[in-house]
Design a protein around this ligand. Structure first.
Ligand code: ZN
Ligand code: ZN
Ligand code: FE
Length: 758
């Protein structure tokens, strides 16, 4: 009987930079397995020799007991013969293939490191402690393979104690590339007008006393700076609001621990899982106890996160404050600041102190933002903790770059059967953000060894992402915006067949040169047909209408009632400046800067303004968010609408106006409005199923970040036997567009339908 076997095992997945080789080493020892493990650019290769029963167990545990931040996608074991090994060893990494193993996202500090921070003499209160299983990854990596000299830790020479741990296979810090301690590692500094502190306990004391006396501080995080203050002190938060100028968005907060989160918010088991996961995103939770008014600016949700860096834990250990505002360290729409020098320049006068460490951030990443609907996590912003985890594709998309949309930009690279979606980039119309986009495109291409042969971009010729695509001289593949929204979800779920694609969002250029946004598409990856859409209305002032929802309310009223709108006797009309209104109506009549749109976002804007909830927006999508915020969830009524090629809203407006006149509670009107949109969606999906036999429904577009809408649309469709697909791994908003562009481009290339125009 043969008792010894030899296997060559290929492990594919997210296994680099997450302590995978030491894990394999220890697993091998436990199972008396000999041989070796080696990092390859396309994964990990193991040669394993031992008794059959041991090997079976060993191979099984590779996927079941892998480190928390690893993602084993596939384990292939092939029997081999050859040299017999007596021991198990880790071989040095080599660049053997051009295929690249996934680069790990950054990982929140682990519990054992937090313990070590109180025990290990050389790491007492060391605010940058990390190990093989936690710490910075993507933010510090310059190139592959993931080794210290390829990261921003390259400048720090390990002391003998750290070196010993780094080279000891039985140590938790074996091959932990950012390993460091108080003696040899990067350190924190605090610079204020009259102070420069370098000793961690002094920094913490001063930081806490400043926060407790209501000051605003700039503190360096993993992927960029945060602006921080006491979240309960109304004056502090109000000052921060002023400092952030022009940015009216709710602020995210960091709670000291889970108990405190539970005191201030209501959270489900799934939300708790997401909040405490190693990715540590900001999670939108239902508010239980109010923070300072300027934190959530009237919304009934709290953007909550938990500490994820050792420094955060040290801070909460010292301060009595239970919750701090942790908002991105930038001014208005600029990218978050990553460099110490720039932070000191920009925040030097504005914040009371700047607290930073001297390890560079190579890849900027914002805090990610997520929420839970129907027990599934959803992303609003996919960045720290998520990027650059690839999304597996059911097709090859090698060497395609998709440049994404313009306002909430993320781009996407195709690497064989994987899509690598960039971290959140932001609004390209901002010059600094455009620089960040261009820099990140070139860095990601280099990091993942992608050399684009084709570029997919939005149909809109003026998007800066489109202009960038055209400037490269490579063959370009234009993709319609809403087709891309639908395709992003198809790519996530591996759908190739025709689906009912329901895309509700702000604006995107349509193939008929009008602005789309309330779309029912019959979509494949290759092409699509516009089954029906919302009735188009003028968008007076074009982009200005997006910022001033009252313009859309006026436009809808004029569309349905003409001059008679002025006799409607509702507060919105009575509050109009007649001169202003007349100017706008004239512009509409003469078709001056009033393009037609079928946008769902603009319809939500109009209803929000009509109810007096948002006249002018102080941040993107404020009006629809305020409308969602007041929904009376007990309401079961809805309004009427016209079906057809164009979904007509005349009856809906008639009934809303009637409700307003009857002094119906706005929460009930909002619920009825939302339920109407859900009914329209359901009715149209039914019609498509009847006409075409299509049962699969894809929901996408920024409007589906509306939790009530997503939750109830999914519910009714599921109840009636549809198979419903909505985005989980990528944002429903324009941050997910690039994945859809990539999928469509790959499909068109397969069937050779693309233009060679530059
Ligand atoms: Zn750790
Ligand atoms: Zn050291
Ligand atoms: Fe969009």
């Amino acid at each position: 009987m043969k008792i010894n076997q030899s296997y060559k095992i290929h492990v594919h997945g997210l296994v680099q930079g997450v302590g995978f080789r030491p894990f394999i080493y220890r697993l091998a020892r436990e199972h008396s397995v000999s041989g070796w493990v080696e990092n390859r650019n396309d994964g990990v290769v193991i040669l394993a020799q031992g008794r059959n029963t041991h090997l079976t167990d060993f191979i099984h545990k590779i996927s079941t007991e892998a480190p928390m931040a690893s993602e084993v996608k596939n384990v292939q074991a092939i029997p081999v013969t050859g040299h017999a090994y007596n021991t198990f060893s880790i071989r040095k990494s080599e660049r053997t293939t051009e295929a690249i193993t996934d680069v790990s996202p950054d990982i929140a500090v682990c519990d054992r490191c937090l313990e070590d921070m109180k025990k290990q003499p050389h790491r007492l209160n060391y605010p940058l402690i990390n190990c093989t299983h936690c710490g910075p990854r993507f933010t510090i990596i310059r190139d592959l393979p993931y080794d210290r000299h390829m990261t921003t830790m390259a400048d720090f020479i390990m002391c003998s104690t750290c070196k010993k741990e780094y080279t000891d296979i039985n140590n938790r810090r074996f091959h932990a590339q950012p390993v460091a301690c108080n003696h040899c590692g990067p350190h924190y500094e605090l610079i204020a007008r009259n102070r420069h502190l370098k000793q961690i306990n002094k920094i913490l004391d001063h930081t806490c006393s400043l926060l407790e006396s209501g000051h605003i501080l700039a503190i360096k995080g993993l992927g960029g700076f945060n602006l921080v203050c006491d979240a309960i002190n109304p004056e502090s938060v109000n000052n921060l609001r002023k400092l952030k100028a022009r940015d009216g968005k709710p602020f995210a907060v960091m709670f000291r621990d889970l108990n405190t989160v539970q005191e201030y918010t209501r959270l489900s088991e799934k939300e708790e899982q997401l909040l405490t996961s190693w990715r540590r995103p900001i999670v939108l939770l239902k508010t239980r106890k109010e923070l300072a008014p300027d934190v959530s600016v009237g919304f009934d949700t709290t953007g909550a996160m938990l500490p994820y860096m050792p420094f955060h834990y040290l801070l909460f250990e010292k301060t009595t404050l239970p919750v701090l505002v942790f908002t991105s360290g930038n001014l208005s729409e600029e990218p978050i600041i990553t460099e110490n020098k720039e932070a000191l320049q920009v925040f030097g006068d504005k914040a009371r102190a700047t607290i930073f460490y001297n390890r560079d951030i190579h890849n900027r990443t914002d805090d990610s933002v997520a929420f839970v609907v129907n027990d599934k996590e959803r992303l609003i912003r996919r960045s720290r903790g998520f990027a650059p985890s690839p999304i597996d594709l059911s097709f090859n998309a090698n060497n395609i770059l998709a440049t994404g949309a313009e306002l909430v930009n993320c781009f996407c690279l195709g690497k064989e059967r994987q899509a690598i979606l960039s971290q959140h980039i932001g609004d390209l119309k901002n010059l600094e953000t455009l620089d960040f986009f261009e820099e990140s495109v070139s860095r990601m291409q280099k990091l993942f060894r992608v050399n684009p042969g084709y570029i997919a971009h939005d149909l809109h010729p003026d998007y800066l992402s489109t202009r960038y695509a055209r400037s490269t001289g490579l063959p370009t593949i234009p993709v319609q915006h809403h087709h891309a929204h639908i395709a992003s979800v198809m790519a996530e779920y591996g759908l190739q067949e025709k689906v009912s694609g329901i895309a509700f969002d702000g604006v995107g250029l349509g193939t008929d040169h009008t602005i789309w946004g309330g779309e029912f598409l019959i979509a494949g990856l290759n092409d699509f047909e516009r089954f029906s859409s919302f009735e188009p209305v003028p968008m007076p002032g074009s982009d200005l209408a997006t910022k001033e929802p009252w313009r859309m309310a006026l436009s809808y009223l004029y569309h349905y009632y003409k001059e008679a709108l002025f006799a409607l006797q509702i507060p919105f009309v009575e509050g109009l400046n007649r001169e202003n209104a007349d100017l706008i109506l004239k512009a509409i009549d003469r078709n001056i800067n009033a393009p037609l749109t079928s946008s769902a976002g603009r319809l939500f804007d109009a209803v929000s303004a009509l109810l007096g909830l948002c006249h002018k927006s102080s941040f993107h999508a404020e009006a629809p968010m305020r409308l969602e915020n007041i929904i009376d969830t007990s309401e079961t009524g809805s309004y009427s609408f016209y079906t057809g090629k164009e979904i007509g809203f005349r009856p809906l407006f008639d009934e809303i106006i009637q409700d307003i006149r009857n002094n119906t509670d706005p929460g009930i009107i909002s619920a009825r409005f939302h339920r109407t949109i859900i009914n329209i969606t359901f009715a149209t999906a039914e019609k498509i199923r009847a006409d075409y036999g299509i049962e699969k429904v894809v929901l996408s577009g920024g409007t589906f970040q509306n939790r009530y809408l997503l939750k109830n649309t999914e519910k009714i469709l599921n109840l009636h036997g549809f198979r419903v697909y909505s985005p989980v791994k990528v944002p429903a908003n324009d941050g997910g567009i690039a994945l859809g562009q990539l999928a469509i481009a790959a499909a068109k290339l397969r069937s050779k339908q693309f233009s060679q125009k530059g």
